[in-house]
Structures are given as structure tokens and as C-alpha cells.
Design a protein around this ligand. Structure first.
Ligand code: AMP
Length: 473
């Protein structure tokens, strides 16, 4: 099931007369990555303007506001707070004036050494405006004496450890960069000669842009009116560790993430789950929306018919008015309603992408039983989540993760299912195929990717490509 707690989405566009509107649309397509705040920063070539507010993209922007955002160069951000409180001063893009001009930054991911850098900078006299990890990047840029924005940014990025996919806008340049581990996605698109960056390809699709390729792990792309240049700002001295959870739950199924179709991966996970742990049943049903592709795959693999027995209300906002008297399981019920006619008397396999605390599964199993299900078998298209994520996925603390302290049997008893099975880590790796070693599985295994040890050489920017967008890694 999709809950309203996720990380962030970023978007950037260079040289388009309709930059503000296209950024708005890009953010609209990325809304699933964060519903807390939305913002756009735009440049007309000599000055930066920005606007951000708490709320959904559609609530934050209207015709009037967009018409006041002048310029052909823009970045945008949708936020869910993975670090920092939920308040306007933490909304992005984060825009500042500093000795070298104006700068705005939009960031997705978590910087794991943020606190150390912040206290060091505060010790040196820096004054912070927000509680966001992103702000340290701006302070580091301001402290650098590099001769250009991208060199100052490279200096800043080489201080950071952890996850960042970011877009940076000044009066006359747009820069996109992805951390050397490549934790979070970031893609390059092209729209009638305008360059576009986005967290996911679904944002390119909406504005009619062509997907060119991913920004590479450790790559920085600088776009100015003189064209684009790509630099490697960090040598990848080990493998990438792209977030597997983007494929499992996070990203939209119509996106390509890390070059692969999210829908196809999810369906393949369902097939693998069907091969590993099928059971006699009358139907396979998904927990909509995120469990749908896996349930399709499970049904295709096992031949057990697919049915939609839980219907999702798509119009539930972040805050809805609660009933005065408590209604049992209200929070899940307001989103998902069972169809008793489909369920009564049937043996059901219910597929979800993951179990976090276990409360959703428990409620759904009960709902199905109340609707007359004869048997309820829960199947999960990923391994048990045993460890918290420090790289930008909002998982709760370890203690709250039910699998960190309970066996599968105990979880089965807690959720009240007749059986419960998870996908194995080997099957998960098998689905990702030859790329399996380039993913982070820390939420399942506890093997957190090593922070990069940087050498002096890493501080130099290596020109990787000039002017040709289509270069492949
Ligand atoms: P829970 O009730 O805590 O076990 O939550 C499980 C549900 O949350 C599943 O239906 C998942 O699709 C969904 N889910 C998994 N990871 C996340 C996440 N990081 N943020 C929001 N929802 C999630």
C-alpha cells in the first residue's frame, strides 16, 4: 500500500521559455516522492526567483504564481522530510545569496555525515537557517575558494558521505550531480533542445521529453548557454549501491529507474515469489497500488487467477477529518475497502511489496476474514526489512521494524494469516540480474555500503564528456 511518507523528488530544466510550467508538471509527476512541500527556483539569466510552500504541488502553485516565475532555467523539488522537521524553512529549493551570486539547490537523499560537518561549520562561525542536511552543501560551496560554481560544488560534494541526487541553479548555470554510490536515481532528458533532469522518467514522460540516460554515480553535469560538460568529481573506487527499494516500493511503476522498468522488475519479483512460495488458492489479490505488478507476476507464474478485491480510494489527503468515535482500523479502511462478493468463501493469496511495522497487513488480513475469506495467505515481494535506511528512505527505527525482532512465524501470528512468506534475497538479486552487485540491500541485510575513502586525486574534476548528451556509461 502507498503511504504518505517518502523521500524527495527533484527536477531541473535548462533553456525553455515555459520552464516554470514544465517544472510544475515535472513535480506533479513526482508527487509520490514527497507530499510535504513543493518549490520552484527559476532564473531569467540575471536573477533568481523562488517560491515554495507546504502542501501538494497542485495546492502550492497556481496560474498566478507560475506567471510570476520568469525565466528559462528552473529547478524544483517535492519534499518528504527524511532529515529535518516538517516546516517551511526546511522546504526546497534552498536558495541563498553569497559572495559569488545567487544559488538554489534541490536535493534527494540523506547525507550521513551531516551532523559532523554542521558542527564543524558552526564552530567556524557559520549560522544555519534550517535543520536540513542540504544546507551544509550551500555552506561548503560558500567556503570554497574554487574559481567556478561547479568547482566549488565539487569541493563541497567531496566532503559529503551518503546519498545525494541534486540539481543546483545559479543565474546562468544548471548543475546536476549524483553521489559516488549512486544511491538515489537521477535521469537526463531532452525536450526540443532543452536539457531536463528528473528523479524519475515519469516526469520526462509527462512533459514529452526524451530519456537520454542516467546521471552516473559520481558524475556532475554542468549546463550553460555554451553547452553542457560532464565531469567525474569522484572516482568510484568500488561498486555503486543503488537503492533496491526504489524498485520494490518507492518509484512509480511507469518509470525507468537505474535504466530498468520498475513495472517489469516488480512483476518479475512477483513471479519469483510465485515460484518460491505458492500455495493452493482460488485467487491472487494485490494490496493496491504498490502490490499490483507483483500480484500480476505471481498470478502469471502460478496460474492462480488475479482479482482486485481491495479497492483504493485515491483521494485521501494527508490530513483527513477523523470520526469523533473511533472506528476500528479507520486509517487503513479509509484507503482500502474490500469487496465482500469477491472474497466470501475463497482461499486468498494477498500480495504486498513489503511489511514495515506489520499494522497494514494485520488490518488487511482481518478485513478479508471479516468479508468471509476462507483462507488468507500473505506473500511479500521483498525480503524482511530488518534494518533502518540511512540513505533517504523513510524507514522507522529498528525497534519499530517488526522483522528486526520477530521471526516469520511470529509475524504470521501477529498479522493473523494462515501463512506468510517473503521473497528470498537470492531471488531478489536474481531478478535484478547482472546488475545485482550494484545495488544496496542494507535494509534487508544490514550490510551498509562503505563510505567512500577519497584520495587527493578525487578532488580534481575529470572532464568526462563535452557537448554530447548521448554518451553511454
Ligand atoms: P506497515 O503497516 O508499517 O507494515 O506498512 C506496510 C505498508 O507500507 C506496505 O503496504 C508498503 O507498501 C508500505 N511501505 C513500505 N515502505 C514504505 C515507506 N518507506 N514509506 C511508506 N510506506 C511504505
Amino acid at each position: 500500500m502507498d503511504e504518505l511518507r517518502e523521500d524527495c523528488g527533484v527536477f531541473g530544466i535548462w533553456n525553455n521559455a515555459d520552464a516554470a510550467r514544465l517544472t510544475y508538471l515535472g513535480l506533479y509527476a513526482l508527487q509520490h516522492r514527497g507530499q510535504e512541500s513543493a518549490g520552484i527556483a527559476i532564473s531569467d539569466g540575471s536573477k533568481l526567483y523562488s517560491y515554495k510552500q507546504m502542501g501538494y504541488v497542485n495546492d502550492v502553485f497556481n496560474e498566478h504564481i507560475l506567471s510570476m516565475l520568469h525565466g528559462k532555467y528552473a529547478i524544483g523539488h517535492v519534499r518528504y522530510s527524511t532529515y529535518g522537521a516538517s516546516e517551511l524553512r526546511n522546504a526546497q529549493p534552498f536558495a541563498v545569496e553569497y559572495k559569488n551570486g545567487s544559488l538554489a539547490i534541490a536535493h534527494n537523499g540523506n547525507i550521513v555525515n551531516y551532523e559532523g560537518i554542521r558542527s564543524r561549520l558552526e564552530g567556524e562561525g557559520s549560522i544555519f537557517q534550517s535543520t536540513m542536511d542540504t544546507e551544509v552543501i550551500v555552506h561548503l560551496i560558500a567556503k570554497s575558494d574554487g574559481p567556478s560554481t561547479h568547482e566549488r560544488l565539487a569541493y563541497a560534494l567531496n566532503e559529503l558521505r551518503g546519498a545525494y541526487s541534486l540539481v543546483v541553479l545559479t543565474e546562468n548555470e544548471l548543475i546536476a550531480a549524483r553521489d559516488p554510490n549512486g544511491f538515489r536515481p537521477l535521469v537526463i532528458g531532452e525536450l526540443n533542445g532543452s536539457m531536463v533532469f528528473a528523479s524519475e522518467t515519469c516526469a520526462l514522460d509527462l512533459i514529452g521529453a526524451r530519456y537520454v540516460r542516467d546521471v552516473l554515480a559520481g558524475e556532475m553535469i554542468v549546463v550553460t548557454n555554451n553547452g553542457m560538460r560532464s565531469y567525474l568529481f569522484s572516482h568510484r573506487i568500488q561498486r555503486a549501491s543503488q537503492c533496491i527499494f526504489e524498485h520494490i516500493y518507492f518509484a512509480r511503476p511507469d518509470s525507468l529507474i537505474f535504466g530498468k522498468s520498475v513495472y517489469s522488475i516488480r512483476r518479475a519479483l512477483g513471479k519469483a515469489l510465485g515460484a518460491e512460495s505458492s500455495v493452493q488458492a482460488d485467487m491472487v489479490i494485490p494490496v493496491p497500488d504498490s502490490g499490483v505488478p507483483a500480484a500480476v507476476g505471481f498470478s502469471q507464474q502460478t496460474g492462480i487467477p488475479f482479482q482486485m478485491a481491495l479497492i483504493r480510494n485515491h483521494y485521501v489527503g494527508r490530513t483527513f477529518i477523523q470520526p469523533r468515535q473511533s472506528i476500528r482500523d479507520f486509517n487503513v479502511k479509509v484507503k482500502l475497502n474490500p469487496i465482500a462478493e469477491v472474497i466470501a468463501g475463497k482461499r486468498i493469496i494477498i500480495i504486498d511489496d513489503s511489511i514495515v511495522r506489520g499494522t497494514t497487513s494485520r488490518t488487511l488480513v482481518k478485513m478479508l476474514r471479516d468479508s468471509g475469506a476462507k483462507e488468507v495467505h500473505m506473500r511479500i515481494s521483498s525480503p524482511p526489512i530488518n534494518y533502518s535506511c540511512y540513505y533517504g528512505i523513510d524507514t522507522p527505527t529498528r525497534a519499530e521494524l517488526i522483522s528486526s525482532s520477530h521471526t516469520v512465524q511470529e509475524i504470521r501470528d501477529f498479522i493473523g494469516a494462515d501463512s506468510l512468506e517473503y521473497l528470498s534475497i537470492d531471488a531478489l538479486r536474481g531478478v535484478v540480474g547482472e546488475d545485482a552487485d550494484n545495488f544496496c540491500y542494507a535494509c534487508f541485510t544490514g550490510n551498509y555500503p562503505e563510505p567512500f575513502e577519497l584520495t587527493k586525486r578525487d578532488h580534481q574534476l575529470i572532464l568526462f564528456d563535452e557537448g554530447r548528451l548521448n554518451v553511454r556509461p
